[in-house]
Write a protein that binds this ligand. Structure first.
Ligand code: BG6
Length: 473
């Protein structure tokens, strides 16, 4: 690289996971089903999460491996149905115990826990009451997060509210959040408002109950470039940015809805159902930092009103495929980027997007930032030598981390890097076929194997890098 960017002392180096994707043990320890468990049995694109990486039974070994790697942080999520399994709101002591043990083990190895309150595992009992669609969820969520802060807040100081609320709304139809909605395009803004109120409740309760506690949102971030210097392409890129990210980030940071979204609602005849007192609640929810999930970038171009909406566009080879360039007539259309390579799943490999995102968020909000997801999903196997040689992941992470370093030198305040994922785990859409881990889990979607943990080459590379605080590339 020619020169080494300097990472600040105390930078949080670790990795990331989410309960439903890693734990398994879905019917153990008093946990009741989450909606995602049911989806994972019946519905593509989910894969069965009843075993996943079986972290529920391997947590001690997993923390041991994190310590061997030299982690100073670990970002994971709490499963709501493990903590409050039933509609009577009673706390499940076994659920609390499981996370207490995990947190204590992390701390015993000097690993700072970074805890997400909600990462897609809505309890079935909450969903039966209407889930995010019904305002009753606000009080239920408030109760749940208060239980978490009271149980773990003496040791956990970094908290995250709702994982990728923006992506849940933008891709809600694909994720099944539109269940029970008559008109998703309109209803999603009402649901989004309810989620904003839940986020606000979490922020307020964290500050009230956790001494020295810090909390932030976790937007899923896909930086967007204009396709060309055509002025309307720039506006299209700004529209895409607003409609997929900025509307949410503005709300979290400024605690009010932006002029852009208010105008959008007006133009599309949308009523987000903002009730008296709601904005006052949101107004009190002052976040401490932004946690950012970033894997890829996108390109946007002008898309006149007259064009028709095309849901599944052609992929790079001209076949109908997973690689989509949707059009949103009057707003923007996505387009391919000839300057970047793509992953096995057609996600753009774009390390510079990492620096761009950090600068963008810093310039707009002036809040500390932490990377909570970033990584390479790939097909992988154990080689004849019993090892997993993931040179592509090493190259991916090296380039991305380098850009984090450059962003720090650009003046951005970045406090940690926690890529996705520590062990292989279930991808949201592609199960174990799409592996992200620094540690291989010996199992497949077709057959449960011995679930052995095999550190990949990237584990050893990352270990050297983080032990040198980003000097040994
Ligand atoms: C993020 C989610 O959007 O992307 C994770 O927070 C997810 O839950 C990750 O696993 C990668 O996406 P995918 O679809 O490849 O699993």
């Amino acid at each position: 690289y020619g020169r080494d960017p300097i990472f600040p002392e105390g930078f949080l180096w670790g990795a990331s996971s989410a309960a439903w994707q890693v734990e398994g043990g879905v019917a153990e320890g008093g946990r009741t089903p989450a909606i995602i468990d049911l989806n994972s049995k019946t519905k593509k694109p989910y894969a069965d999460n009843s075993i996943a990486a079986d972290h529920y039974h391997h947590w001690k070994e997993d923390v041991q491996l994190m310590a061997e790697c030299g982690f100073t942080s670990y970002r994971f999520s709490l499963a709501w149905p493990r903590i409050i399994p039933t509609s009577d709101g009673k706390i499940n002591p076994e659920g609390i115990q499981f996370y207490n043990d995990l947190i204590d083990e992390l701390l015993a190895h000097n690993i700072t826990p970074i805890v997400t309150l909600y990462h897609y595992d809505m309890p079935v009992w909450v969903d039966e009451l209407g889930g995010w669609r019904d305002r009753r969820v606000i009080e239920l969520f408030d109760h749940y997060v208060r239980v978490c802060f009271e149980a773990f807040g003496d040791r956990v100081k970094y908290w995250l509210s709702i994982n990728e609320q923006n992506m849940q709304i933008v891709y809600g139809k694909w994720l099944g959040l539109d269940k029970g909605c008559a008109d998703w395009e309109k209803d999603k803004w009402r649901i989004n408002h309810i989620m904003n109120l839940c986020h606000a409740k979490a922020v307020i309760a964290c500050h009230e109950l956790v001494e020295g506690g810090k909390i932030g949102p976790v937007p899923g971030y896909v930086p967007i470039y204009p396709e060309s210097c055509k002025p309307l392409d720039q506006i299209a890129a700004m529209n895409a940015e607003e409609l997929t990210e900025k509307i949410w980030n503005d709300l979290y940071a400024f605690r009010e809805y932006s002029g852009f979204v208010k105008q959008y609602w007006k133009l599309h005849d949308i009523d987000p159902d903002i009730r008296p007192g709601d904005m006052e609640l949101i107004g009190q929810a002052k976040i401490d930092y932004f946690a950012l999930n970033c894997y890829r970038s996108n390109v946007a171009k002008d898309c006149p009103k007259e064009e028709s909406y095309l849901e599944l566009a052609l992929n790079k080879e001209g076949k109908k495929g997973q690689f989509v360039y949707p059009k949103f007539p009057g707003e923007y259309a996505l387009a391919p980027n000839p300057y970047v390579e793509t992953t096995d799943w057609d996600w753009e490999i774009d390390p510079v997007a990492m620096r761009y995102m950090l600068r963008y968020v810093w310039d707009h909000y002036r809040l500390p930032m932490m990377i909570t997801e970033n990584g390479l999903g790939a097909h992988e196997q154990v080689g004849p030598d019993g090892q997993v040689h993931d040179a592509n992941r090493i190259a991916f992470l090296r380039d991305q981390i380098y850009q984090v370093g450059l962003a720090i030198e650009d003046g951005c305040e970045v406090i940690g890097y926690n890529p996705w994922s520590f062990t292989d785990l279930l991808s949201t859409g592609n199960g174990m076929a799409k592996r992200y881990g620094l540690v291989y889990i010996n199992t497949t979607d077709e057959e449960t194997l011995d679930l052995r943990r095999i550190p990949k080459d990237s584990f050893y590379w990352y270990s050297r890098l983080i032990r040198s605080n980003g000097r040994d590339w």
